[in-house]
Write a protein that binds this ligand. Structure first.
Ligand code: AMP
Ligand code: MG
Length: 415
């Protein structure tokens, strides 16, 4: 049995960052930028107003106050999107809207609230300025956000909503990113029926394909569902063939020591086994290796255990980082926090326990309590959990009140 760290290192050594693709900026959040993005424009393109008000020469506002307004002649109105026709000369002002370019001659903008327009009629011929303004007040400088020729986003950046916005502000509709991995998912088991079939006696619904497909999607991969294989080598191999164009294969179930656990045999015959069994609970019977998909192509295959909790937990620990690595991400670890455990947990067989817990913060301190019974078939323990408390393999357990590390399942790696 190898440790979780050894297993992860092995799996990651078999997967590589994928190739690049051009994508619409609307489709690429969560993907990694595969180019340095430079700007060929200034943003904003022109000096413009940060307020609705009057573009003025600041000199003309000297001494202005509510008691003695400075009166200026209004010579024009400029809206955002239009170009001013006139310059501001001594004694004049131009009514200006937020985002509209600043007229020649003006060096500041007095907002409406600091003029007597606020009290009087709109579009006056003359305006009273009620306060002095400094040079540059309420003016956004051309290029203050982005200057022509500058590097705006670097290769390797994970695209989030602000990056999408910046790309749009540069007029980019497409961008080069690392493509998403296709992950083919095959459930195994004579007892399984698909969720749109009637459940015959002795059969259960195939739930793991769906939880795992949702996990693939959550971390940015594209799930390819291969259906359900029977517990025979022939059925497994023929179903797996439909997934040979994928970047990774995931089988679920059939990796234990039972009579019908044939995934290892298929791995050995159709490729090679890198390891089998990891020192963890749940999820000990985890298999990993490669399947031959052509002369020079071997696809990594992760054989997850079939118990619904085990398949989800092993996915989090091993498939998730592999997907993130293929996507070009650098932070592969889920955030881990220290919490006070509120239960007594026994570790009887020297494996690392990943207990489903509910983490809450009280008085600045995290507390973690078990979701309830921890059987690896109790999938609802995953729906109520927001973390996995880690009980080390070299400890006989933890007492209520001990500090434990908790892997936070819903926190992003990208912090
Ligand atoms: P196995 O690893 O194939 O021995 O399966 C362990 C347990 O998980 C058995 O009780 C299976 O019925 C159950 N199981 C395996 N695959 C699935 C699946 N796709 N959906 C729901 N339960 C499953
Ligand atoms: Mg099975």
């Amino acid at each position: 049995m190898i440790s979780i760290e050894q297993a992860l290192e092995k799996i990651l050594s078999y997967v590589d960052i994928l190739d690049e693709e051009q994508r619409s900026i609307l489709d690429c959040p969560g993907q990694v930028l595969a180019e340095d993005v430079y700007s060929n424009i200034d943003i904003p393109p022109l000096d413009n107003s940060a307020m609705d008000g009057y573009a003025v020469r600041s000199k003309d506002t000297r001494g202005a106050s509510h008691q003695s307004p400075r009166r200026l002649r209004v010579i024009d109105t400029v809206a955002a999107g239009s170009i001013p026709q006139y310059g501001v000369k001594p004694g004049t002002a131009i009514r200006i809207m937020t985002g509209a370019p600043i007229s020649k001659g003006a060096d500041s903008v007095v907002r409406f609230e600091d003029t007597d327009e606020a009290q009087g009629k709109k579009f006056p011929d003359e305006i009273g300025i009620l306060s002095e303004v400094e040079v540059g007040l309420n003016i956004r400088q051309a290029g203050e956000d982005i200057t022509t020729g500058s590097k705006v986003l670097s290769k390797g950046t994970v695209i989030r909503p602000p990056e999408v916005g910046v790309l749009a502000s540069l007029g980019r509709s497409m961008v080069k990113v690392i493509r998403r991995p296709v992950v083919a998912i095959l459930a195994t088991g004579d007892e399984l029926v698909d969720i749109n079939q009637p459940p015959a006696a002795g059969k259960i619904y195939n739930s793991n394909t769906y939880s795992v497909a949702a996990q693939v999607g959550r971390y940015g991969g594209i799930p390819q569902i291969l259906g359900i294989a029977l517990d025979s080598e022939g059925s497994l191999v023929s179903r797996l063939r439909n997934g040979l164009a994928a970047d990774m294969l995931i089988t679920i179930g059939g990796v234990s020591l039972g009579d019908y656990d044939v995934v290892k045999d298929v791995l050995a015959k159709e490729g090679e086994i890198a390891f089998w069994t990891v020192q963890m609970k749940p999820g000990k019977p985890l298999a990993f290796g490669t399947i031959k998909a052509g002369v020079a192509r071997n696809i990594p295959l992760l054989g997850l255990p079939g118990n619904p909790v085990s398949s989800m937990v092993t996915f989090e620990l091993f498939a998730r980082p592999a997907i993130l690595k293929m996507m070009g991400k650098k932070n592969l670890a889920k955030p881990t926090i220290e919490a006070i455990i509120e239960n007594h947990i026994v570790n009887s067989d020297g494996r690392r326990i990943l207990a489903r817990v509910i983490v809450e913060k009280r008085d600045g301190q995290y507390f973690a309590r078990l979701t309830g019974p921890q059987g690896s078939g109790i999938l609802t323990s995953m729906t109520s959990a927001n973390g996995l408390a880690i009980i080390p393999e070299d400890k006989a357990g933890v007492e209520k009140g001990d500090a434990v590390q908790v892997m936070m399942l819903d926190w992003s790696e990208e912090i």
